[in-house]
Design a protein around this ligand. Structure first.
Ligand SMILES: NC(=O)c1ccc[n+]([C@@H]2O[C@H](COP(=O)([O-])OP(=O)(O)OC[C@H]3O[C@@H](n4cnc5c(N)ncnc54)[C@H](O)[C@@H]3O)[C@@H](O)[C@H]2O)c1
Length: 386
């Protein structure tokens, strides 16, 4: 560890990146300390602050996207609100800033990230900033910067300051040559999107830093994530959220994927719980650093049939677009047995429960306001994606 610290410090001096003159003993190695949250099970909603004694200080990049605010809420319940720093390049709402610290952080700005880590004594980074699949295909140059260069910055700083780092991967990290049903944890990965290429790069680089420097890198490959209170960011699985809005608002939905396109999905509660669970594991209890996690797989046709059990007049039409080719190269079913065996991963939502939860959450929104705001947001994002 000392040799790694010296080497990292010298490398950083070479790059002229260090603000401080003190080469050794400068960095605490919080990634190697144990942090504890009392209580073994998570309380995703309405829980209380269960943390005690030593609490990690956590930075979440890209936290104004679909996953960030929910994760901040969970972490704050466990470690205290002032220990969790949400960040993004977007302007936050008052609601966000009223709930805990929010700071500007552009992941392309190394010094800006470095200053945040030092000033706020960050121990863990959850790196969510990214351009998702459909948006990335439409902006390849920007996707390479945000998804690859941004990840380099985060990984290098995490290594330099001894942080624990979580960076999600995706089913998009697989390609048409990968076995699709089920897709194992370790298999051929030849993605055909820049999003997938950038995520394979993240997985390999994180594992390399872990192997070479002992970086405490942790990575989960998420399927499409279903959430009712945050908007999808322009991924190929977004249909599985929009369908609920349109079902409740219009009674019908036109799907950009064909009826039999089977993809893995998970409920956001399961997704966020998986992040907390893997982050709280001791480093030595994780024999590998990249794991598939999954909830349930379904097709648009099967999802529509499940929705029809609650909304019998619901109709679905199909008009596949460019996203069909992306979906056709992705897994149909993710094999998450490695995560189940190594650290006890268990999803709590099957397809039926996901549908019930989405309809129960969204029904009051459309009964009261006809969901004008959420519809506008999603259309903007889909315009960018197209
Ligand atoms: N949501 C899913 O279904 C899903 C599935 C698999 C993997 N993931 C991964 O999870 C992570 C979070 O996903 P999400 O759905 O919340 O994404 P999102 O698109 O909703 O949010 C990404 C955020 O990154 C921010 N961002 C963009 N450029 C930035 C920059 N230069 N600096 C800082 N922030 C920047 C954006 O403002 C946005 O708020 C991503 O890495 C994504 O690849 C998500």
């Amino acid at each position: 560890m000392l040799r790694t610290a010296i080497k990292n410090t010298l490398q950083s001096f070479e790059k002229g990146l260090l603000l401080s003159q003190k080469p050794l003993g400068l960095y605490a190695i919080p990634g190697n300390r144990s942090f504890h949250a009392a209580g073994s099970s998570l309380a995703p909603r309405g829980g209380h602050d269960t943390a005690h004694e030593e609490r990690p200080r956590i930075l979440i990049t890209g936290s104004l996207g679909q996953l960030g605010s929910g994760l901040a809420r969970l972490f704050r319940m466990r470690y205290g609100k002032d220990n969790v720093f949400m960040s993004d390049i977007r302007k936050p709402t008052r609601d966000i800033t009223s709930k805990g610290p929010y700071i500007f952080a552009d992941v392309l700005d190394y010094k800006c990230l470095q200053k945040i880590i030092v000033t706020h004594r960050i121990d863990w980074i959850v790196h969510f900033s990214a351009l998702l699949s459909a948006v990335a295909e439409a902006n390849v140059a920007l996707a390479m910067r945000v998804n690859i260069e941004g990840t380099h910055n985060v990984m290098e700083l995490a290594n330099q300051y001894g942080l624990r780092v979580f960076i999600p991967s995706t089913i998009g990290a697989f390609g048409p040559e990968s076995p699709r049903n089920p897709t194992p944890n370790v298999t051929i990965q030849r993605p055909k999107t820049i999003y997938g290429v950038s995520k394979v790069h993240t997985e390999l680089l994180g594992e390399y830093y872990n192997h070479k420097y002992g970086l405490d890198f942790r990575c989960l490959r998420f399927p499409g994530v279903l959430s009712s209170d945050t908007h999808p960011g322009g991924g190929t699985t977004d249909y599985a959220i929009q369908i609920f809005h349109d079902a409740l608002k219009e009674g019908r939905y036109t799907c950009y994927l064909g009826p039999n396109t089977r993809l893995p999905m998970m409920h956001i509660d399961d997704c966020l719980r998986s992040v907390v669970e893997i982050m709280e594991r001791e480093p030595e209890s994780l024999p590998v650093r990249t794991y598939n996690v999954a909830g349930a797989s379904f097709t648009p046709d099967e999802l529509a049939a499940e929705i029809r059990k609650s909304i019998p007049h619901f109709e679905i039409n199909y008009r596949p677009d460019h996203r069909q080719a992306i979906a056709d190269s992705w897994p149909e079913v993710l094999d998450d047995s490695a995560a189940r065996n190594d650290w006890g991963w268990r999803p709590e939502y099957n397809t039926k429960r996901m549908v019930t939860s989405m309809l129960n959450d969204l029904r009051p929104v459309y009964q009261q306001s006809h969901g004008i705001e959420s519809d506008v947001m999603t259309k903007q994002q889909l315009t960018v994606a197209a």
